[in-house]
Design a protein around this ligand. Structure first.
Ligand SMILES: Cc1cc2nc3c(=O)[nH]c(=O)nc-3n(C[C@H](O)[C@H](O)[C@H](O)COP(=O)(O)O)c2cc1C
Length: 407
């Protein structure tokens, strides 16, 4: 199979252009032996490379390139498959854009094309070439420092770690996880995550329930969440709880019951955010939208979690606009290295900015993920990097602090 990989990266400060020429000579030999073509563009700061050839050889060479310490912030832009090569001559060619006129460099690259047919201008790979040469995407190249430029300081002064025992401990329990603004050192909210009394995830708790029992159990579990929040002293905090969207549709008076429990535990509706997962099909959208209106009328805010991964996607936003959207780990994972994930997340941010919807990134585990998302304009984070969920308690928070460089 003929594979094409495109990536861009940032040259390290200590790398001379002279040493690049040597690297290209060696790479030319290696690529030739592996039947791989490598077209490398360099603009003085960034590299952009196309690798083309047999799947295994391209993947192996790309892995070496990813680990090369002469460049950093490597972002894979495209991985695609084609019936024929665009650039037939196996080996390696470097185009230093500073030595070419901007208007003819693309043509010079295209002239290297050896396909039977003329290279198509609407070919995705060539569009990426054009974009790099014309630098039209440059504002989206976030130059993030390496992960080890941060240390994480454990702090429990904002939320003293505490443990409680749920009153009806046989039923279910909750783990609490903070949502924070790391640079402002602010706890934005706490999410109550459903667990079995033994700490197993919600799937284990819902197992064995069928039909409306699921929705009843879902709603009833909130009684325990609110009681635990009260016992943990979270009266002045924003508290997020999860609800299956269809619980509001299937259980008559669900909103009234929620409000009753909020009040019974000394909490107020304005401090509560109800999070709906977009993974469950919302089959009666009108009834659901009506229930959401009731929540909002009572002062409860609404969030959609796992945004973009479910059935409704962006079209859900056309129907109703939540106060908050949560982007989950499935999209966040290693997004600092993935062009497609970056493009999707930026589209979500742009859309939410236009609608004044707050975006939270969930499942953040790596400092690079967090730094990229901060650069893109997200300020609220939830994830193991900062604080893991704590069963029946509140965890300490790890605040990031920039290491002072050694002089
Ligand atoms: C921007 C850039 C592009 C590179 N392109 C290639 C290439 O096309 N083929 C190749 O064999 N090595 C290329 N290299 C060098 C590899 O990263 C690596 O040094 C080489 O494969 C030897 O791997 P090793 O040092 O792990 O043995 C490139 C390096 C950089 C910084």
């Amino acid at each position: 199979m003929l594979t094409t990989i495109l990536y861009r990266s940032h040259i390290c400060d200590n790398v001379s252009v002279k040493s690049l020429e040597e690297m290209v000579a060696t790479a030319n030999q290696r690529n030739g032996d592996a039947d791989v073509t490598g077209i490398l563009l360099f603009n003085g700061t960034h590299f952009f490379q196309l690798l083309e050839g047999p799947d295994e050889s391209v993947s192996t060479i790309y892995q070496h390139i990813c680990g090369d310490r002469r460049h950093y912030n490597l972002v894979e832009l495209m991985r695609d498959y084609a019936p024929a090569r665009r650039f037939g001559k196996a080996g390696m060619e470097l185009f230093d854009l500073r030595e070419h006129d901007k208007d003819d460099v693309l043509q010079t690259v295209l002239d290297k094309g050896t396909t039977k047919y003329q290279l198509f201008y609407d070919d995705r790979a060539l569009q990426f070439f054009r974009t790099f040469v014309e630098a039209t995407e440059k504002e989206n190249y976030f130059e993030i420092p390496s992960a080890d430029s941060w240390e994480f300081i454990v702090d429990d002064s904002l939320l003293p770690p505490a443990k409680v025992v749920p009153a009806d401990s046989a039923a279910c329990s909750f783990a609490f996880q903070p949502i924070i603004d790391p640079l402002a050192r602010e706890v934005v909210a706490l999410e109550a995550l459903l667990r079995t009394p033994d700490g197993l995830p919600p799937q284990a708790w819902f197992e064995g329930l069928a039909g409306d029992e699921i929705y009843k159990a879902d709603l009833n579990s909130k009684k325990i969440a609110f009681a635990m929040a009260r016992d943990l002293g979270l009266r002045d905090r924003t508290l997020s709880v999860n609800l299956l969207p269809m619980t509001l549709v299937h259980i008559p008076g669900a909103v009234g019951l929620l409000l009753q429990e909020i009040e019974a535990n000394g909490l107020v509706a304005e401090q509560i955010i109800v999070e709906f997962t977009e993974r469950e099909v919302i089959s009666r959208l009108d009834a659901f939208t009506d229930a959401v209106r009731q929540l909002k009328a009572a002062g409860i805010r609404v969030a959609i979690e796992h945004f973009g991964e479910g059935f409704a996607g962006l079209s859900l936003l056309a129907q109703f606009q939540p106060d908050k959207i949560k982007i989950n780990r499935d999209l966040i994972r290693d997004m600092h290295k993935s062009g497609p994930r970056q493009a999707i997340i930026q589209a979500i941010i742009r859309c939410c900015t236009s609608l004044e919807i707050t975006v939270t990134a969930v499942g953040v585990e790596k400092a690079e993920e967090w730094m990229w998302l901060e650069s893109a304009g997200i300020y609220q984070f939830q994830g193991h990097l900062f604080a893991s969920p704590c069963q029946a308690g509140i965890p300490a928070i790890r605040w990031p602090e920039k290491k002072i460089p050694f002089i």
